[in-house]
Design a protein around this ligand. Structure first.
Ligand code: HAM
Length: 424
């Protein structure tokens, strides 16, 4: 019996890899323009890191983490998201001492034991960014503007929904009002929401059940409970978005699946992905760095799900990323194969992407291979061409066949091939 990949774990095959590489390089380009630097952090961390940051009573920590006991008896977890371990590294290396404002990004796989469906996997990849060391609302607006620019440059669109979750001063009053509303309506709520009323009441607002959702239309709004400084921060964030002409809507019922947020939260929502409508999400987490044993510094960040971006791109049937090679060398006969072997090595060293056939196939079958590799050119090399000191270079798009000089040494053959492929 063959062995298959685990449920919710997906291979990214060569045909798709071009899209992934394109997304990553576009993202890096945007991040660098906005002053971000890359940080690479481990996939495995102490379980406690996630329990203390994401929150003990969240779905992620309660039931979705890949946790194992390692050979030393320590509980370790495969990161379910990127923020906690970037913060752990930030604190451990005292990065704030070197530079008071840290703008960091990381790209890589995350792991959550969720029910796989379209756009939801157990191993998925995030483009994840954090700004550490400022609570200026202009930065909140700038970060959302960057998310918006990123989508624009991918050629995608999603709507930006914004909310404020208040701070430890004002949120308890809201929680109290919400719990009293939930208790008053408990007969209309699903079992999960009834349980969450006691464990994590804000999370009920994220319930997907129609009946609960209808009830929550009348629930108190957190925006009516913000303390003066949170209110001011939210107004300034909105002003920043308006100044930069970033379109957004306020969704005062947006709560996040992670407990560390305070004040600004946001989601990028699309209607093209079915139930998994968030292509990106994030928010402010003032207090979290201190909670993890670090300095008292505020922070804000967001992450985009790469599988969801790839799905959106594939729906648009955009394919600017198919991989191509510059040259396929079709060889006919043993001498040509040996010559091709030396030539292709020299050509690759000069910077061209080149592939050749080693199986002695017919010319027709080698031309088919050249097409499968998306070759821009094919060099046809047989005994005749070597004797005549003139090969044939076929432009695979126009089908034009150009003579190419094979006089002199391999270095001059290379130059002759390269000069045609570069000019055409
Ligand atoms: P999150 O909302 O849990 O936030 O995830 C961010 C994005 O990752 C989602 O909007 C979605 O696109 C993608 N995503 C999440 N789970 C899955 C999954 N199972 N399969 C596919 N894609 C998924 C965070 O992770 C926070 N760390 C974001 C953040 C950074 N907040 C502040 N800084």
């Amino acid at each position: 019996m063959t062995i298959q990949a685990l449920k919710g774990f997906k291979d990214i095959l060569p045909d798709e890899v071009g899209t992934w590489q394109w997304l990553e390089s576009m993202a890096r380009n945007v991040f660098h323009r906005f002053g971000f630097e890359e940080i690479k952090v481990p996939i495995l961390e102490k379980t406690e890191l996630f329990a203390r940051s994401i929150g003990e009573s969240t779905d992620i920590v309660e039931k979705e983490m890949y946790t194992l006991i390692d050979r030393n008896g320590e509980s370790i977890t495969m990161r379910p998201e990127g923020t906690a371990n970037v913060l752990r590294a930030f604190i451990e290396h005292g990065l704030h001492v070197r530079k008071p404002l840290q703008k960091l990004y990381t790209i890589g796989p995350m792991f959550r034991h969720e029910n796989p469906q379209k756009g939801r996997l157990r191993q998925f990849h995030q483009l994840s960014v954090e700004v550490l060391g400022t609570n200026n609302p202009m930065v909140d607006a700038e970060l959302m503007a960057m998310a918006w620019v990123l989508l624009q440059e991918f050629g995608l669109s999603a709507s930006l929904e914004v909310n404020s979750l208040g701070c430890p001063q004002c949120r308890p009053q809201y929680k109290e009002a919400l719990v009293s509303f939930l208790k008053g309506n408990k007969n209309d709520l699903c079992e999960d929401c009834r349980r969450r009323t006691l464990t994590n009441p804000l999370r009920v607002l994220d319930c997907k059940k129609e009946k609960c959702r209808a009830r929550y239309q009348e629930a108190p709004s957190i925006l009516d409970y913000l303390c003066p400084s949170c209110k001011e921060h939210f107004q300034a964030t909105e002003k920043g978005l308006q100044t930069l002409s970033i379109p957004y809507t306020i969704n005062s019922f947006m709560v996040r699946g992670l407990d560390y947020y305070s004040r600004t939260t946001f989601e990028l929502i699309t209607d093209t992905l079915g139930a998994q409508s968030a292509v990106g999400a994030g928010g402010r987490y003032d207090g979290l760095i201190e909670q993890l044993g670090g300095p008292s510094l505020p922070g804000i960040g967001f992450a985009m799900g790469m599988e969801r971006l790839v799905l959106m791109l594939s729906q648009q049937k955009k394919d600017p990323f198919h991989q191509e090679i510059d040259l396929f060398v079709a060889v006919l006969g043993n001498t040509a194969q040996e010559t091709g072997f030396i030539l292709i090595h020299a050509i690759r060293r000069k910077g061209l992407r080149a592939v050749m056939d080693f199986e002695g196939r017919s010319l027709k079958s080698q031309m088919k291979q050249a097409n499968r590799h998306n070759a821009r050119y094919t060099l046809i090399l047989g005994q005749d061409e070597i004797d005549k000191k003139e090969g044939v270079l076929r432009n695979m798009a126009t089908k034009e066949q150009l003579p190419v000089s094979l006089a002199g040494d391999i270095g001059s053959w290379c130059d002759a091939v390269i000069s045609i492929t570069k000019t055409q």
